[in-house]
Design a binder for this molecule. Sequence first.
Ligand code: AMP
Length: 638
Amino acid sequence: MDYSYLVNVYGKLSSTSKRLEKTYHVAKLIEKASDTDLDMLMLLLQGKVFPVYDDNKIGVAAKLVIKAIKLATGFSADEIEDEWKKTGDLGITASNFISRKKQVTLFSQELTIQKVFSNLRKLASIEGQKSVNHKMQLIAELLTSARPDEAQYIVRTVLEDLRVGVGVGTLRDAIVWAMFPKVVGIFYKCAECGGWMPDTKLCLSCKKSVDNSFVDMVNALKEEKIVIAESDNIDKLDLHDKNYILPKDKDSARQIYNAIVEAVQEAYDITNDFAKVAKAARDGLKDLRKISLEVGKPLNLMLYLKAHDIEDGFKTVGKPAALEYKYDGFRMEIHRAGDDITFFTRRLENVTKQFPDVAKVILDSTEKTDFILDAEIIGYDKKTKRYLPFQKISKRIRRKYDLEQIQLDIPVVINVFDVLYADGKTLLKAPFSKRREMIASLIKEIPGKIALAEQLVTDNVDVASRFYQEALDMGNEGIMMKNLDGIYKPGARVGYGVKIKPVMETLDVVIIGAEWGEGKRSGWFTSFSVAVQDEDGNLIDIGKVSTGLKEKKEEGTSYEEMTELLNGLITSEKGKEVTVKPEIVIEIKYEEIQRSTNYSSGYALRFPRFVRLREDRGSDDISDISLVEELYDTQRGR
Ligand code: AMP
């Protein structure tokens, strides 16, 4: 596929903020794509060339891109930097210079997505002395054959800052729209142009108004390849080679459509691979349902709701329930296939290399079998045996050197609280009580190294309260309460488990921009713009944080350390302000949440304060707007 085709779609995606329209454009694109195209498109649409769980990263800074633009266009680095300061966007800057350059040399060799994809992938694997030069040439090669609009998106993809607003929800829905027969009542056929449309007033294709009458549609489509849905159970429908599903009524249409969406989401949650899901979906629902867990490939972890207290917890998870310590460490997905051990964080980053000591414990404490465990890793003080604050152990996630020393300095214990796969079988649909039995049969506990999560099964509020107190006395964050019959739903925040902690809820936010300080702090960033995410995973800003960091490195996370972290992530600079790739996640507290028109989230924080770095989280793993709304609603006096 020509890259210009994709760039055209990027343009359409950027020009609308409406989810339905974005989904429509993506669906149209992937409907026509070959299987090989899909492998690349599903990543490129998210501004990526590697899946999240892949160790490879593009890792190119703006300075190198400037050199590549220079090489491709002949303009000087100063000229490019000056223009960049004006536009605040290196993509647009590249596009501007390419268009000026093109007036001189008019030649054109069509770029394919294959070429762009493979050059960008190569960037990750180049190492050694000449690597900077080599990387610059790979980017310049693309820019030389790019048209201005193509250059804009190449640069944005290189900088991992695509900004077309396509989230997981949009891709999932686009697969449903493109690969399944259209559900009448959710989709309508435009009488003017014949295109199928969601329930919008104007046709998304010809822009004429569409008559969205369910009854008329049912009659009009009788001649098409249809399946008449007697039941709402999608597994009973023969969808093969059909264009439309005709449900009984509009309610039924919604049920059927939602069931298809859920089937696609489920397949995604266990693979994290939209290309694989799209290809299976094209072959039909049966093939989609066949997608299963693969040991060694990460799946999205189940998330928990929040309960105010124990009684509230019992209401959600039922009685009796399993209560467990809520360890304040970081979550780790542990895969064992024969002698191969792999670890993923909750954002699916592969951290196997950082934890050889943990791998050894797994080998020592389990039999040679295949399994996937869900666990919390927590560091402790060698002398006092007390748990260490999260900041200390989270250092181990990023650490790539001196691994031996840090293992000795910060020993960790693995607390296993769930199992998702064992002995060749997926356990996602097994009740929690059975999964817990399975953990016990898989693991031989080793004191100070690996244990099952401390658990108590009870239906008694007093007994539960004592357990809660005991958990806090032992230095834990709180407790979890879990439904004994609950299944494991990857990626979903459903009520099979809840968390209870005593402290005021903090927010996990991602830094999207920063401002240089003044006077003696002029070498540091001292104010940080932060964002939460909306329902589609788009980042929306909620305020600026400038307190809570330390002046001196020894005292904790300092302004200097934060400046070092952000320096390599800068994507644009204007005056004292910079924007950065949204990678650094921090936990913040605040006095109050207020409504505000200053920020795109619609909320602002009073006295926001930095609490700690969350190295274990990525920008897709931050607090979402529904949490902010809930916290706003439950504040004092509301
Ligand atoms: P939160 O991060 O506040 O949403 O709380 C849920 C997190 O608690 C999970 O992602 C785990 O990292 C952590 N956790 C600690 N102990 C447990 C446990 N026994 N069961 C489940 N999650 C736990």
